[in-house]
Design a protein around this ligand. Structure first.
Ligand code: CMC
Length: 429
């Protein structure tokens, strides 16, 4: 047997399986030929031990609390970079030179407007529609407008679609918000940076001059950086699976948005703030901690725990700092929700249940407080996550299309239903 291979013996069959090395992190056992050799499948619902693809975009070491994009630590990118620089890095694999950055910013900025007909879509929704429902529909609808960037076999069209999505998501997200609150849409202003432009589209009104606060714009930008990519999470895997059939990128990203909405994933930031509001006062925290530990109570501490991070989520640390910066800038000295969050975190981090299960605050624990202070209603929180994650989805989608091993994703199953049986006419049942 080849030294680089592993031998698995099952049910009287032995199979020689390839070992594939990673640059960092666990290697993988390539089980692609397992069925052929043993007539058996593997079983791993929730993919706890299964790599679904090869990727060179993002690396997470959950035990050490490390997150790298193309090798660069998230802390350094959040401290020194800006969101569009991170977008470039995720898409092209390297940090841009000054000239490349200027060119990239220009190319994104000149795709910020959406087709005017898109605004008609919004009026079809009820004003009280959840903005994530609106986003699922509107992003999917982009494929009806940009026919010149849906040929996935053409690298140029793929890049145009990628830039379009990065550029138009803030415009659509701001439109969803404005529609929700009954204000007129604000068009993008291309001499502003990405985050400032977004804040302006959300918070400017035609009757007043809007001056962007640079501290808040920087915080917004940092929130986008922190959510830009997170390797093969549920929504990214959804985008890849949808894309594996050859679906166009706008449709794939709409599928990602639908998946992100769930409270176990992107919806957790909204759920976390709702939970802090429900707790209401610091003295009620023990009651909620007890509920979170009770096996018979489905309640979970939202913003706590992560499938991969079994140490502090590095994004949560940066987010916590950003929260303080935003509250400081806005002169919010006593935010009761922040007091509850800090105390909840302190209690949970010293509680045996949370220590044993390695449950730490995740990025969503503090992002809700920051977004609320910036002026966003809770229903917009997951929309902002989707806006930022679009680059991750699209970079991963591009990587998948370019992968020579790429095939339609088609999991197998462990069938536990009835064996074959004869049809019985209704009169005899
Ligand atoms: N509160 C209380 N107990 C928890 C929590 C929590 N937030 N999270 C996990 N547990 C317990 C869970 O009950 C289980 O206990 P036991 O072993 O006794 O059955 C154990 O910890 C393992 O939980 P799991 O559900 O098997 O873990 P998972 O890896 O499948 O789920 C998770 C990860 C993020 C879905 C989960 O921790 C959770 O529901 N957290 C709250 C929602 C949340 O904050 N999600 C945002 C994740 S970060 C942003 C993103 O990725 O979108």
């Amino acid at each position: 047997m080849d030294n680089n291979n592993a031998c698995v013996v099952v049910g009287g069959h032995s199979a020689e399986l390839k070992l594939r090395s990673s640059t960092i992190g666990p290697s993988v056992l390539d089980i692609g030929s397992l069925y052929e050799q043993t007539k058996m499948f593997t079983y791993d619902p929730g993919f706890t031990s299964t790599a679904s693809c090869e990727s060179s975009i993002t690396f997470i070491d959950g035990d050490e609390g490390v997150l790298l994009h193309r090798g660069y630590p998230i802390e350094q990118l959040a401290e020194h970079g800006d969101f569009l620089e991170v977008c470039y890095l995720l898409l092209y694999g390297e940090l841009p030179t000054a000239a490349q950055k200027k060119d990239f910013d220009y190319r994104v900025v000149h795709h910020t407007m959406v087709h005017e007909q898109m605004s008609r879509f919004f009026t079809g929704f009820r004003r009280d529609a959840h903005p994530m429902a609106v986003m699922c529909g509107c992003v999917g609808a982009l494929s009806a407008f940009y026919h010149d960037s849906t040929d996935i076999t053409d690298p140029h069209q793929r890049m145009v679609a990628s830039l379009r999505m990065i550029a138009k998501m803030p415009t659509l997200a701001a439109m969803a918000y404005k529609y929700h609150i009954g204000q007129p849409f604000v068009y993008p202003k291309n001499d502003l940076d990405y985050a400032s432009n977004f804040l302006r589209m959300c918070f400017a009104v035609p009757c007043e001059e809007y001056v962007v606060n640079p501290v808040l714009a920087r915080a917004m930008d940092r929130i986008f950086i922190l959510h830009a990519d997170h390797e093969q999470n549920a929504s990214t895997s959804t985008v890849r699976l949808a894309g594996s059939s050859g679906a166009n990128p706008f449709a794939c990203v709409a599928a990602g948005i639908a998946c992100l909405w769930g409270p176990a994933h992107g919806g957790a930031n909204e759920a976390a703030l709702n939970m802090l509001t429900e707790i209401g006062t610091v003295d009620r925290i023990p009651e909620y901690i007890a509920r979170a530990k009770d096996k018979n109570d489905p309640f979970r501490l939202m913003g706590f725990g992560h499938r991969v991070y079994k140490n502090y989520d590095p994004r949560a640390k940066i987010m916590q700092k950003t929260t303080h910066e935003v509250l400081g800038e806005l002169g919010i000295k006593d935010d009761p929700l922040l007091d509850i969050a800090i105390e909840l975190e302190r209690i949970a981090l010293t509680d045996d249940y949370f220590i044993e299960k390695k449950l730490y605050p995740n990025v969503d624990f503090y992002s809700g407080i920051t977004l609320k202070a910036l002026g966003f209603p809770t229903t917009m929180f997951t929309v902002l996550f989707a806006l930022a994650r679009t680059v991750g989805w699209i970079a991963q989608w591009n990587e998948m299309i370019e992968d020579p091993e790429q095939r339609i994703g088609r999991p197998r199953q462990l069938y536990t239903g009835e064996p074959q049986r004869e049809y019985v006419p209704v009169s005899k049942r």
